[in-house]
Write a protein that binds this ligand. Structure first.
Ligand SMILES: Cc1cc2nc3c(=O)[nH]c(=O)nc-3n(C[C@H](O)[C@H](O)[C@H](O)COP(=O)(O)OP(=O)(O)OC[C@H]3O[C@@H](n4cnc5c(N)ncnc54)[C@H](O)[C@@H]3O)c2cc1C
Length: 340
């Protein structure tokens, strides 16, 4: 059994904790409880002491806090050197990071320096009943199989997990924990990489990863202009637009809409899959949705294996009718408010 604890690497942007930090705490709490050990969070940044307390409210027993103006923006070298120094000092058994841009940079850097393994992009983390080792599951061979990887010898065991592959840990203001402020000498702040600026990616009105409802279209739409049906349905439902990779590769929708292994992972309350076959790589990004409705004219389509409601039909019959009904309902609702 590991007794040096489970760590998560919290992420913040300009002083605000990112949702993924709370998702990692949820996973970390589960693993720590299974191993009967403690859960710690590592937080780097500037002016972030309140955020450290927030991590405790969301499940951390201890926060290793490195708070310095020089750490305001993510830089792989200082963050990496400090993470390695903390690992050498406290020797955690498990470290989990996010498969975000920062996590995908920091975690391999640290794993290499610490001479240990790293399983990237895990969709599931478990504990081996017998050995207490971390079971790190992720899609492999182009997403065609799910592989479970162990790190039996080297320590710490390191893994990154995809954002949105777990719900955030709930907030409990009565939780108490320890904030350990760590200080490093100037050498560790030096870096050959310079921060130049931050460019936000283009976003939909309703961000795909935050959406309560996602309307996603696949190659069954047949032509680029038919993606408008997806857009219209999404607009009427107040939903975000999603797409399969085929649709994105064909240029019918932007990459920002891609759901799946090489796109975004979503966990909406409702996912509408329209003309999507349900390839394993697509499922990897949406199968944790609360409710899945699929429309496909092939009764054998894989998507029906994960759908809560499957409609075997031509989407060109279903979609225009659905859009019409929603428009009618909207105008009835508008009429009602006008009369009041
Ligand atoms: C490494 C790797 C990463 C990948 N990453 C992703 C990823 O992130 N996301 C992703 O989506 N894919 C990904 N893929 C691709 C994936 O394997 C599939 O090729 C892709 O998901 C298929 O997209 P699709 O379902 O739109 O198209 P298709 O598989 O062609 O399916 C179209 C579906 O539409 C149905 N259809 C056709 N006409 C109609 C109609 N009139 N009415 C109703 N239904 C109709 C068909 O029955 C069919 O089931 C990846 C592949 C690899 C190898």
């Amino acid at each position: 059994m590991e007794d040096n604890g489970v760590w998560i690497i919290a992420e913040q942007n300009r002083g605000d904790l990112l949702r993924v930090s709370f998702e990692l705490l949820n996973r970390g709490r589960y693993l720590a409880d299974r191993l009967n050990t403690s859960l710690s969070a590592v937080l780097f940044g500037s002016n972030i002491e309140e955020e450290a307390q927030e991590l405790i409210c969301h499940g951390a027993d201890r926060v290793f806090l490195v708070d310095d103006p020089r750490l305001e923006y993510f830089l792989a070298e200082p963050y990496g050197k400090m993470l390695c120094a903390l690992v050498k000092k406290y020797q955690p058994g498990i470290i989990i990071g996010a498969a975000t841009c920062n996590g995908r940079t920091l975690m391999p850097y640290a794993a290499h320096k610490l001479k240990t393994g790293l399983t990237a992009d895990c969709t599931m983390l478990e504990v081996d009943e017998q050995t207490g080792e971390l079971l790190q599951t992720r899609p492999a061979i182009g997403g065609n199989i799910m592989a479970t990887i162990k790190t039996p010898v080297a320590r710490p065991q390191m893994a990154t997990v995809r954002p949105r592959s777990m719900r955030p840990a709930p907030r409990d203001t009565s939780r108490r924990g320890e904030i350990k402020k760590e200080h490093f000498d100037d050498r560790l702040y030096s870096s050959s990489i310079k921060y130049i600026g931050f460019i936000e990616e283009s976003k939909q009105d309703i961000p795909l990863q935050d959406a309560d409802i996602v309307v996603a279209g696949g190659k069954g739409l047949r032509r680029a202009e038919n993606f408008k049906l997806v857009q219209e349905l999404a607009r009427l439902l107040g939903a975000a637009e999603g797409a399969s990779r085929s649709v994105v590769d064909l240029g019918w929708a932007p990459y920002a809409c891609q759901v799946g292994l090489s796109g975004k992972t979503v966990t909406p309350n409702l996912y509408l899959a329209l003309g999507i076959s349900g390839a394993v790589q697509h499922l990897a990004g949406m199968q944790t949705a609360e409710n899945i409705i699929a429309v496909n004219n092939d009764p054998e389509a894989q998507i029906f294996k994960v759908a809560d409601l499957g409609i075997v039909a031509d989407l060109f019959d279903v979609l225009p009718r659905l859009i019409e009904k929603l428009r009618e309902r909207k105008s009835r609702e508008r009429g009602k408010t006008d009369n009041e």
